[in-house]
Structure formats: structure tokens, C-alpha cells
Design a binder for this molecule. Structure first.
Ligand code: ATP
Ligand code: MG
Length: 389
């Protein structure tokens, strides 16, 4: 008989089962993403029916593993448990370790090995009965117990015993829904927008625009930190950093002041679309929310969409209130970084009264004063491409 009980982590996935014929593909991507999230940590992942079990790791790293796995999209829930021999006495010893002293409980057994001498109901009754007689302050409640003690009798002669279920990130495995180019500022909104789209299975690349030396290096470091937080969910990403300093200077010199933001947005969109073509990204993603600020009106969006020819622009936050976005930013861990003070390039040369409802024809006339292609080429040649693991 095995002497030591071994720690395991049970991972349940979501939604993947909905995908009919593609199921095998989705599960393969999910498995790869799980493996990638645990790179550098000794472990093995097994796949008994309908879930994934992480085994053979150093128990000191249990929390770290849970923390990483919880962020993998596609993970519905996870539980930390113990693997013991599929033997009633071994199971009972482990149940005594994890059962509470008081309150209500139930035992829930799942028996994949139909040769086990007791059936599920009998195991529930036997283990539950022993607990009740040893711990007088416990009582059984099968409908709404404080604690559920799970026993999984597996087919390979082992059993998993666990209590407690932690919620995972949900969503679809990253890589099953193509790739998008996120316009990542240092603000609160764009990281949340990227998270939401990645959660639907889309791989991300990010582009950040800066106006160095008008904006400082801290702004840049902050964006890299935001990209790193996102990368924990997406299994790495590439951050493209592009200077729009000269573009802003030229707009400032040659165009009406109140058009600065609208014109700059159009340059950002063009650069993003070109990056899409270079990297195979299939859409542009922004953190805009309708009416949130003067430039995020439907007219503003019309004006920036007008320069994009080949890809859709996804704006997952378009119908969200700021308070809802902040709530999500806190949940995903970007908020504290996003609120660090910094200068966005949009705040440089910021007009007192930006155009709220830019008219596309007027914008196009003003833009004709600029060497659009030359400025784009120049910005593009300054681009840096940073791989974030
Ligand atoms: P955020 O909180 O994401 O910065 P915001 O409320 O500050 O958004 P805007 O400054 O109007 O809104 O920007 C709208 C969107 O344009 C951002 O969500 C982002 O997707 C994109 N964007 C703005 N500035 C930059 C930048 N410097 N680099 C990359 N994308 C940017
Ligand atoms: Mg911003």
C-alpha cells in the first residue's frame, strides 16, 4: 500500500464541451495553455474523464500552481485534493484530515471504478456515519451543507479526496478564436477590454503609443507592467511600442487645436491596422465606452473607423459604465497599476475644448494638410516589438 498521500489539483473546464466537432481541438489548446501556465514548475497533467488532474508537484508550490491555473481561460473551477489508494480506510484517514469539527456536511462520491466493493451511496453512508459518530457537533444536510466532502474513486486504483471549490477565470482557451491587436494605453479601460476579448479565446498583441520626451519613461514602464498582467492570462503576448511624437507635433502645427484627439486617433488606428497586417492579427480592440469622454462619441468612433479598411474594431466596453469597468479592473488585477499617475500621449497638446461631434468631412479636410503616409512610415520605423512571457 502507498505510504504517503499525495497532493493533487483537480481542474474542471467550461464551455469547451459545447463545441461539438471541434472539441478535440479546443481541448488540445486548453491542455497546451495549462502546460504553458505551469512552465518552470515540475508537474504532470492527467486527463481522467471530463477533467484534468495536476499531480506529481512539490506540495510547497500548491498555492502558486493554483494561482497560475486559475488565470487560464477555460478553467471553470479547481480544487486542491489528496490522492490516496482506492481503499476505504485510506479514504477515511484523509476525510478525517479535511472534515470540519462542526456545522453541516455531506459526502459526495463519484465512482468511476465499478469494481470498488461499495457503491457511491454506500460510501457516502459509511463515511458520513463514521464522521457523525466521531464528531458530535457535525450534522448532515444533503441540500445546503456548509461543507461537501468529495470522494472520486478512479479506475487506476487511486481515489481523490477533496473539499472546497475555487472559481477559475472561465471563458474559452486562448488561441481558439484568432488574434487581435489591443490598443493599450496606461489607463483603466484598455486592459479590461483586452481581458474580455482574450477571455473569449482570442490571442492578443498590444500596441502602445507614446510621445516621448513629452511623456516620460514611467508611463512606458507602467504599460509594460499592464501587458505583463494581461500576459498571465493570455500565455504571453507581444507589445509593440510606437512613437507618435512627430505626428502630434505636426497636427499641433498644421491643424485646428480642437481636432488633436480625433486626428491622433485616426493615426493610431492606421498604425494598428498596419500592425495587424504584419502580425496576422484579425481585429483592433479598444477600451472605448460610449460617451465616457468627449472623444468617445459615435461621431468620434465614425471618424476613427473611417480610416480602417480591412479589419473590424472591437469595443467590448462600449456599453459599460466607468464603475463597472473599475470593478472588473480590480478583479483582474490591473486597477492598482492603471491608477498610477502618468501622462498619456493624448494629454500632450490637449486642447481646452476638444471636438465632441467631429464631422468626418471637416476632419478629412484638416488632415489633408499633413503628410499622412510619411508620418506613418516614420512612426512605423520607430516601432519596438517586445515579447512579454
Ligand atoms: P483607457 O483607460 O483605456 O486609457 P480612456 O478612458 O483614457 O481609456 P481614451 O484616452 O479616450 O480613453 O482612449 C480610448 C482608447 O484608445 C483606449 O481605451 C485605448 O484603447 C486607446 N488609446 C488611447 N491612448 C492610447 C495610447 N497611448 N496607446 C495605445 N492606445 C491608446
Ligand atoms: Mg487613457
Amino acid at each position: 500500500m502507498r505510504e504517503q498521500a499525495e497532493k493533487v489539483i483537480i481542474v474542471r473546464y467550461c464551455e469547451i464541451h459545447l463545441k461539438g466537432k471541434n472539441r478535440g481541438y479546443f481541448e488540445q489548446v486548453f491542455m497546451n495553455n495549462l502546460e504553458k501556465s505551469l512552465s518552470g514548475i515540475r508537474h504532470e497533467i492527467r486527463r481522467p474523464s471530463g477533467r484534468y488532474v495536476i499531480e506529481n508537484f512539490d506540495s510547497d508550490r500548491t498555492e502558486e500552481i493554483c494561482e497560475r491555473v486559475r488565470k487560464v481561460f477555460g478553467v471553470h473551477t479547481l480544487s486542491v485534493g489528496t490522492k490516496v489508494d482506492a481503499d476505504l480506510e485510506a479514504i477515511w484517514r484523509e476525510i478525517q484530515n479535511i472534515a470540519p469539527e462542526s456545522g453541516s456536511f455531506k459526502v459526495e462520491t463519484n465512482r468511476a471504478d465499478k469494481h470498488f466493493p461499495l457503491n457511491s451511496m454506500q460510501i457516502n453512508a459509511e463515511i458520513g456515519g463514521r464522521l457523525l459518530s466521531e464528531r458530535p457537533s457535525l450534522r448532515v444536510d444533503v441540500h445546503d451543507p456548509d461543507t461537501i466532502l468529495h470522494i472520486d474513486i478512479r479506475e487506476n486504483g487511486s481515489a481523490l479526496v477533496f473539499e472546497g471549490i475555487v472559481k477559475g477565470a472561465g471563458g474559452m482557451p486562448v488561441g481558439t478564436a484568432g488574434k487581435g491587436m489591443l490598443l493599450l494605453s496606461g489607463g483603466i479601460d484598455s486592459p479590461v477590454a483586452g481581458y474580455m476579448i482574450a477571455k473569449r479565446g482570442m490571442k492578443l498583441e498590444c500596441v502602445h503609443f507614446h510621445s516621448y520626451p513629452y511623456t516620460n519613461m514611467q508611463a512606458r514602464e507602467k504599460v509594460e507592467e499592464l501587458a505583463r498582467i494581461l500576459a498571465d492570462y493570455t500565455g504571453g503576448l507581444v507589445l509593440h511600442v510606437v512613437s507618435v511624437t512627430h505626428i502630434q507635433e505636426e497636427i499641433h502645427k498644421n491643424c485646428p487645436a480642437e481636432m488633436m484627439i480625433t486626428l491622433l486617433r485616426r493615426f493610431m488606428m492606421r498604425i494598428a491596422e498596419r500592425l495587424c497586417a504584419d502580425t496576422g492579427a484579425q481585429c483592433i480592440i479598444t477600451g472605448e465606452s460610449l460617451g465616457q469622454v468627449a472623444s468617445q462619441t459615435i461621431e468620434g468612433m465614425t471618424s476613427s473607423n473611417a480610416v480602417i479598411k480591412h479589419v473590424p474594431v472591437l469595443r467590448p466596453l462600449v456599453g459599460f459604465d466607468k464603475t463597472e469597468i473599475i470593478e472588473r479592473a480590480r478583479e483582474i488585477g490591473t486597477f492598482e497599476t492603471s491608477i498610477l499617475p502618468y501622462e498619456d500621449c493624448c494629454t500632450v497638446f490637449l486642447p481646452k475644448h476638444p471636438l465632441i461631434r467631429p464631422k468626418l468631412e471637416k476632419i478629412e479636410v484638416a488632415e489633408a494638410a499633413l503628410d499622412v503616409q510619411g508620418l506613418l512610415d516614420e512612426a512605423f520605423s520607430s516601432a519596438e516589438h517586445i515579447a512579454i512571457e
